[in-house]
Design a binder for this molecule. Structure first.
Ligand code: UDP
Length: 445
């Protein structure tokens, strides 16, 4: 019999839902007598396969807010979803309670759907917000007023943000788009801004990181949230999966044919994309470097590659270009020696777990903060000099990582971070222990 019914609410865009689903699986495995209803849009739920479901998790679709069938731009789809979110959530929760014949006792949600806090209040149940992306980015958002006050009145440029203890090695130029530069009405910025205003109402915060990974951050969050739970990386909390990863394009067998630490893996995550000229620069840089590469590139973007590039790479065997890879397994493969990335938070964590130095080309959101963390604070990666890919910067970055002493130091520092992260998710490790503490709030036992 179900002792506790917990609702988990996803933000159904980019990698957010997948990341939260990893946490949901870990919770469900720890509390077999509880039931977990995972709420997201139909489209986002369709990316989970039945192998990933435990018996005590059910998927509950909620409306995407789209009333006419025409194709939507990503940003418009987010706006529509948020517009009807509260109503959709109330309906989804009712359906979940009916299906389980059990009232929801606690609502865990992606902090991006911060309106969940209001619905939890209406139902008089606990709200547990989860920051799936970079915690350092959340720190910047929580300090947005101070940043705007100081950075706006002084010309900061490349000076360090020494007035912020957790960002004292970052520059104003590393702050997220929208917070300090660019359009403050950009939907991602608005979500983050409102999230940062709502979160202090909660005394609980869950993050996808480990204790001690980012300097001073634990003490800041502990001071501001009575119940602070760094339980990451979420994807490592899961009970071991017996099935091999889905590898529809044969990426892992292609990697098997390469010597250790000789291949570059390229992926810019689920939403970032390059304009055709920068795509060409990256392709030319990869080819000119002579480093074999595996590139995750959406089919519709592949058609913008320089003519003959894919055929040439196939014929020489120098490059494999596929629309999707099993990235966590790719980064753990011994052949991979560098990761060309947009520095989304999941990608950064997965690179640490693989012990692979990064080549960083950030776009928006938390990616600029993460890039500075990787390249300057941790010194486990190379940032593109001009902020964008050019043939020369790609060749130079590979030269550093694959051939120079600096690259060897990056690898060894990355292995130190990897050891820390693996220790945190072992039995009695900090993330495992924090998760057990969190479960007492979520399930009441
Ligand atoms: N990913 C993957 N295969 C690919 C490309 C991406 O599995 O070919 C996954 C990757 O493992 C990561 C997520 O997509 O978990 C991307 O998340 P991240 O936070 O790095 O970036 P976002 O997509 O949110 O910008």
């Amino acid at each position: 019999m179900t002792q506790s019914h917990v609702a988990i609410v996803a933000f159904p865009f980019s990698s957010h839902a997948g990341s939260l689903f990893s946490l949901a699986r870990a919770m469900a495995a720890l509390s077999p007598s509880s039931h977990f209803s995972f709420l997201s849009t139909k489209r986002s739920l369709s990316s989970f396969n039945s192998q990933q479901l435990l018996q005590n998790i059910s998927l509950v679709p909620i409306s995407d807010g789209i009333t006419t069938p025409q194709a939507r731009h990503h940003i418009e789809a987010i706006e529509l979803f948020l517009k009807s979110f509260k109503e959709s959530l109330r309906e989804g929760l009712k359906a979940a309670e009916l299906a389980q014949d059990c009232k929801v006792r606690c609502i865990v949600s992606d902090a991006f759907v911060w309106l969940t806090g209001d619905v939890a209040d209406e139902m008089a149940v606990n709200w547990v917000p989860v920051r799936t992306g970079s915690p350092l980015d959340l720190y910047a958002r929580l300090n947005a007023d101070l940043i705007k006050e100081i950075v706006a009145v002084r010309s900061y440029g490349d000076n360090l943000l020494s007035f912020l203890p957790c960002l004292s090695n970052h520059r104003a130029t590393d702050l997220p788009y929208g917070l300090n530069t660019g359009d403050p009405n950009f939907v991602y910025h608005l979500i983050c801004d409102q999230m940062a205003r709502k979160l202090p109402e909660s005394d609980i915060l869950v993050t996808n990181t480990i204790q001690g990974l980012e300097c001073n951050l634990d003490s800041y969050f502990k001071q501001n949230f009575t119940n602070y739970f760094p339980v990451g990386p979420f994807h490592l909390l899961n009970p071991s999966q017996k099935e091999p990863p889905t590898d529809s394009y044969g990426c892992l067998s292609w990697l098997d044919r390469h010597e250790p630490a000789t291949v570059a893996y390229v992926s810019l995550g689920t939403i970032a994309f390059l304009c055709p000229s920068e795509l060409t620069s990256l392709a030319n840089g990869l080819e000119a470097s002579g480093v074999p590469f595996l590139w995750s590139l959406k089919e519709e973007t592949q058609s913008h590659l320089p003519s003959g590039f894919i055929d040439r790479m196939n014929e020489t065997g120098k490059g494999k270009i596929v629309p999707w890879t099993p990235q966590t397994s790719v980064l753990k493969h011994s052949a991979v020696g560098a990761f060309v990335s947009h520095c989304g938070w999941n990608s950064v964590l997965e690179s640490i777990v693989g012990g692979v130095p990064l080549v960083c080309r950030p776009f928006f959101g938390d990616q600029t903060i993460n890039t500075r963390l990787v390249s300057y604070v941790w010194k486990v990666g190379v940032a593109m000099d001009a902020g964008v890919f050019t043939e020369e910067t790609v060749v130079r970055a590979f030269d550093v990582i694959f051939k120079r002493d600096e690259g060897k130091k990056m690898k060894s520092k990355m292995n130190e971070l990897k050891d820390m992260v693996i220790a945190a998710v072992e039995e009695n490790g900090s993330s495992k222990e924090n998760l057990k503490r969190l479960m007492k709030i979520v399930c009441g036992s």
